[in-house]
Design a protein around this ligand. Sequence first.
Ligand code: ATP
Ligand code: MG
Length: 338
Amino acid sequence: MASDARPRALSGIQPTAGSFHLGNYLGAIRQYVALQESHDAFYMVVDLHAITVPQDPAELRANTRFAAAQLLAAGLDPERCTLFVQSHVPEHAQLGWVMNCLTGFGEASRMTQFKDKSAKHGADRATVGLFTYPILQVADILLYQATHVPVGEDQRQHIELTRDLAERFNGRFGDTFTVPAPYIVKETGKIYDLQDPTIKMSKSASTPKGLINLLDDPKVTAKKVKSAVTDTDTVIRFDPENKAGVSNLLTIMATLTDTSVADLEKSYEGKMYGALKTDLAEVMVDFVTPFRARTQEYLDDPETLDSILAKGAEKARAVAAETLAQTYEKIGFLPAKH
Ligand code: ATP
Ligand code: MG
């Protein structure tokens, strides 16, 4: 099972909302699709992570299928990669506990995602699960001996923690885990909210008007693009520090049209912001329209969708079980007699 000689990619996305957003797509999912060609790739819908914040059971179930359908619609091919749901592979929670016991309290306290998210949900309402979720993420990655982890910039610190814990375990108990590297595309590692271009576009933190949901009605998407916040200057120039809004739009436009930002700057010389927004709105509509249709096709056939996920879980479990068994042995757990 684990004989594929290619480097291994692993990543996960949360079913915390019905629709993925443009930041998820440009920062992470595009890379998932690309890496399935060159890597032995494992991608999962991380439902265990989704319960770190309040959620509704029926919605979680529905969002898990929505997430899988969108990953397939974006171009993941179950023949080329392993696509599964995290809770279908119990080894995640099992290795998660081991990693919890290897992490310092102070070390976990330094995770900025926890600070941001707990501040948002009210510090007194934050769960221990939210506090330790980066450590579960460590287990997610190490279980598959991943070499590359395609993620957005906001996850860099968690990959750093993963490397630290892999090295710590290997040092203490002997070589067990591959030390993974983050795979973050510089240009699109952080896509910003269209209304507040100083914060990242996020399922949970964005303003509704600043968040481009891939499954929104394309008309709504076009409207959001056209009302994106820019600045009082008029020049269309890439300058993230002084012109965060325009720079964000240029990044999005360049990536979706496979053009360089420099070429865009040239072609918009002397033009107003409105021209860029109108063009980007059109590009966005052309992108999301077929994406929505493909997602709907998968959702209309839940049996096929569920069987793709079942096959994925089976493949994932074979790898995960092997890593967990090695870990248990190294730690000194007495094997159960069969
Ligand atoms: P939440 O706010 O619930 O954490 P999220 O929008 O951050 O949701 P996740 O499921 O946590 O979505 O992240 C999935 C992937 O998308 C991760 O690799 C993450 O780094 C990436 N990502 C999320 N937001 C952005 C963004 N604005 N720009 C680039 N990448 C992003
Ligand atoms: Mg996130």
